[in-house]
Design a protein around this ligand. Sequence first.
Ligand SMILES: Cc1cc2nc3c(=O)[nH]c(=O)nc-3n(C[C@H](O)[C@H](O)[C@H](O)COP(=O)(O)OP(=O)(O)OC[C@H]3O[C@@H](n4cnc5c(N)ncnc54)[C@H](O)[C@@H]3O)c2cc1C
Ligand SMILES: *[C@@H]1O[C@H](CO)[C@@H](O)[C@H](O)[C@H]1NC(C)=O
Ligand SMILES: *[C@@H]1O[C@H](CO)[C@@H](O)[C@H](O)[C@H]1NC(C)=O
Ligand SMILES: *[C@@H]1O[C@H](CO)[C@@H](O)[C@H](O)[C@H]1NC(C)=O
Ligand SMILES: *[C@@H]1O[C@H](CO)[C@@H](O)[C@H](O)[C@H]1NC(C)=O
Ligand SMILES: *[C@@H]1O[C@H](CO)[C@@H](O)[C@H](O)[C@H]1NC(C)=O
Length: 738
Amino acid sequence: MLAFSLAYICLLGIASALPLNSPLLDEYDYIIVGGGPAGLTVANRLSEDPNVNVLLLEAGPADVGEDIIYVPGLIGHDIGGRYDWNLSTVPQAYLDGNPRSIPQGRALGGGTLLNGMLWSRGGREDYDDWVQLGSPGWSWDDLLPYFKKSETYSPMQSETVAEQYSSWEDTSVHGYDGPVNVSFPHYTWNASINLFEGLNELGVPTAFDPNAGDVAGASYLPFDLEPLTQSRATARRAYFDTVVDRPNLWVVTEQAVTQVLFNGAQGNPDASTPVSTTMNLGQGTSPSTRDSIFGQGSVLNISSLPVDRPTRGSLAKRNILSTLWRRLRLSFNIFRRQTSTLPSPTLIATGVEFAPDAQSPRQTVRASREVILAAGAIHTPQVLMLSGIGPSDHLQHHGIETLVDLPGVGNNLQDHMQVWCWAPYHNPYTPNPTALNTDQAFVNASWDEYWTRRTGPFTSGAIAGVAFPSLPHITSPTTASSLASLAAAQLPALYLSPSAATHPALLAGYSAQLSLLAPALASPSRAAYELINANDGDLTAATMRPLSRGTLRLASPQPFVPPLIDPRYGSNPLDLLVLRAALAFNARLIATRAMAPLAPAQTSPRPGASEQELDAYIRARAQTEYHPSGTAAMMPLALGGVVDSELRVYGTGNVRVVDASVMPVVPAGHLQGVVYGVAEKAADIIKAANGGLVGGELGDGQDLSEPMHLAPDTTAAPQASPAQVDVVTMTTFLTVYV
Ligand SMILES: Cc1cc2nc3c(=O)[nH]c(=O)nc-3n(C[C@H](O)[C@H](O)[C@H](O)COP(=O)(O)OP(=O)(O)OC[C@H]3O[C@@H](n4cnc5c(N)ncnc54)[C@H](O)[C@@H]3O)c2cc1C
Ligand SMILES: *[C@@H]1O[C@H](CO)[C@@H](O)[C@H](O)[C@H]1NC(C)=O
Ligand SMILES: *[C@@H]1O[C@H](CO)[C@@H](O)[C@H](O)[C@H]1NC(C)=O
Ligand SMILES: *[C@@H]1O[C@H](CO)[C@@H](O)[C@H](O)[C@H]1NC(C)=O
Ligand SMILES: *[C@@H]1O[C@H](CO)[C@@H](O)[C@H](O)[C@H]1NC(C)=O
Ligand SMILES: *[C@@H]1O[C@H](CO)[C@@H](O)[C@H](O)[C@H]1NC(C)=O
């Protein structure tokens, strides 16, 4: 009863796109490019200091509280829609030669609007590998305080359910007053119980608290979920709506940064010139997306949902408050510190150029301290290259003047590669996600249950109750160790793209990674892949330690032409072997005593398929698990790195990257929790570095080719901006469930 009378503030401020030419200041202390989980975290933390002004520019819009975003049961339905960049890869030569769609969030909140809501951090040793690869200060122990800082964790509500899944709360690894609500759905698909027991039967243990760093095993992952309303906790909700009234934080939507400006000049005239093109976003979503992402059996037909939510009296959704906030402030800020001029040849960013689309005139805005790139693993390297920072031959090819010849930019692209498998349960003796597709009465009742009591199937995604097996868990010890020895014996140059393979630093970096990945594949305590269970017989497998390395390149010097994304899935054939082992294990799993009552009947791949057939199946089906990363890696220059261990771009004094791009090696987990932790730590690094002066050292810059200056430094000691009235108009709809 009490629960029903609680007022749930579900939504959310809506930051309207600021009209051009109006309310921006001329200059900010910090400019953040991209409003995903990384960018919003940094914006929130930096603007804690009332003496600095922070601007965040986001290419996409703010959401308006759509059910397809906030209702967990509708996960996946906003892919390919208004908040997706609609990107595709180039043809995947090592698979079947076809391109793949690669959904990425384009909205305030970035990928946290589209993602599967699973909350995990990967394993302890995954971060110790980052340290091994030359980044002191980034071990698990170093990051754990920041993982904790990002979350408000609530354990499973029901002790019975927690018992069923061996879901134990390790209070030493969780945070209890951070911005992101992390909790469990009020409904669990019971088929996960069979799955966990089946895994245990075959020797895959249960990882009791999957966020404690020991991930190898089955685990019921928490979700980024507000526990009372059972609705998605996006980055925007966690890190922006909570500080929307800060007078020193400007968040602008529907403005894409086209290049970073250095020393007062534009490096890429092509980026500055509006062009009449309609190609502003991705290459288009391939038609197979909906088929393979969340399986075929359990994809809810969204048009079968009752049009209305239950309207029983007080439970109706009402916009009870719609208000305009006007924030008036003077930009004349007596606390503003002066920019100090750093000695040549360090490149100093002085601001950014931005526009809503290709056709529109570009605007500029100045940064007095730092520019922080947080545009995600696809767009951050694109912006760097558009700005003249990247592999010089590639920049030259596009007529972009090289400011810093930084070969690592856009290399080292990693992704967890997943392949969908299907063994539908013919006896789903308990409710099963397939029923959301086939049983209209079940849909109706579940929908009603969600809106009236915040329980039932719509509180959860179909994907829940997963596993992160190690290779020794699923193969014989000899197979596991022989795969690892194969990895250790590989000649790294054979597996990189031709341009990376001939570059000494890139080759050295990949060799160093292989020497860490090979023993990880042999370790019984480190995950080799993820078994993604959608509770209906959909048993997807995704590599967790990919050995393949892809590339991100410009297709054009024009910023609104989508970049060329080449994950090079399967270019290291060991990734295919790991998936082949996972598929063989699936066949054993569905034959266990615990799974038998569900009557699984494998159809894809064909039961009894030969190894050659399995390989062909994988090549035809493999696609992204939506975890692109590594394209501006935190490693020493000598290993092909792009940022140092303080996330500063080599060769620049005041440009940092804070997002999934900086991961040197992708951890064995889902990435949002990792990104939040990295960004929380980055915010502390940036605050510490700016206690005094702007900028810092030139990485360990020995190997840099001489950075070329576009123009004399025109930015020395900028004057305080002229007094100017800033009117930021915020429209806030507070949708309240009472
Ligand atoms: C479909 C899908 C499912 C996923 N499932 C899960 C899951 O279940 N669990 C999990 O932990 N993770 C999941 N992820 C991954 C997770 O969401 C991402 O790793 C995370 O969002 C990355 O954060 P980021 O800040 O690095 O980049 P992003 O979230 O991509 O944010 C970058 C932002 O920058 C903006 N931007 C880009 N270019 C520019 C520009 N030039 N100017 C201004 N703004 C720009 C983009 O529009 C975007 O909003 C999923 C991702 C997707 C897409
Ligand atoms: C992505 O494509 C879909 C389908 O064509 C379209 O509705 C959506 O608006 C596109 N996304 C963006 C951001 O343009
Ligand atoms: C959700 O997180 C916020 C912090 O952002 C916290 O104040 C609130 O108590 C959390 N809700 C619950 C139910 O734990
Ligand atoms: C989805 O449901 C609608 C309405 O119930 C129906 O008309 C349509 O055929 C269904 N589509 C699919 C693909 O099943
Ligand atoms: C799930 O299983 C438990 C224990 O077997 C049972 O009590 C519960 O009713 C089942 N839930 C559903 C929705 O069938
Ligand atoms: C489901 O709900 C819709 C709309 O409320 C109604 O028209 C339909 O008859 C219901 N279907 C069933 C099987 O209950």
